[in-house]
Design a protein around this ligand. Sequence first.
Ligand SMILES: Nc1ncnc2c1ncn2[C@@H]1O[C@H](COP(=O)(O)OP(=O)(O)OP(=O)(O)O)[C@@H](O)[C@H]1O
Ligand SMILES: [Mg+2]
Length: 253
Amino acid sequence: MQKIVVLNPKGGSGKTTIATNLASYFAVSGLQPTLMDLDAQGSSMRWLGKRAKGQPAIHGIAGYERNARVTRSFATRVPLGTERLVVDTAAALESQRLPDITHNATAILVPVLPSDIDIHAAARCISDLLLIAKIRRDEQRIAVIANRVKKRTLVFRSLMKFLETLHIPVVATLRDSQNYIRAAESGEGLFEMKPYLVREDLEQWLPLVGWLAQRRPLTIEPGTPAITSRLTTVTPLGATAGSASPAGREGFS
Ligand SMILES: Nc1ncnc2c1ncn2[C@@H]1O[C@H](COP(=O)(O)OP(=O)(O)OP(=O)(O)O)[C@@H](O)[C@H]1O
Ligand SMILES: [Mg+2]
């Protein structure tokens, strides 16, 4: 299984957009995805709830749910059989939570908008990943996604210059596109939309999915909790409430 965490404490950088489109990409590719939403805003879960019945299945976990009868570790169990776990995280995430959230992650994707404020926030985020979560650069697990870019602008150039100094790969440069807004509204991902509408956007995703395909998956012993993080353990699907659908949260009440 691959655990892919989309993270940047700066609000509105594109975490949910990237997490949902990635989950949809894996579903379309036949790689059983689970989408875990750690943000109490529940945007990823809402997107999942909009998906039509016939669409490729994505299991949903509302990891933010707090319920007196359910412990956090139960509420964040991942069904056995999951091949790709995509974790959407909240804005204003406290840096002390980074080690837990990134534990056993095969990839950590940091979306960054081209603006001065966002560039500074991204620098802080990456430094916290290196120093607090203790992720080493040479593990090549962290990657940046430049989001909502307008290529011929000064601020885009300063974003790319800044990213070069970090020695963290930029695995995608996504343009500002209405297709992301439409996808968010309809519960679809770009990979499920009419190809002639999204051709330019899909091309921009290819380096990212190619980079992810090269990450080493974690080995899971069948039937045992395979991910020992306090946030993610693996359990047979029947043991968690819900099905391969956005209904995961229902079982936690
Ligand atoms: N490349 C893009 N082109 C156009 N709109 C985009 C793009 N990326 C994100 N958006 C839009 O920007 C807004 C913020 O994106 P998103 O919700 O993914 O950010 P976020 O980091 O998850 O925010 P939060 O920190 O609040 O959880 C949304 O309305 C989304 O549809
Ligand atoms: Mg979000």
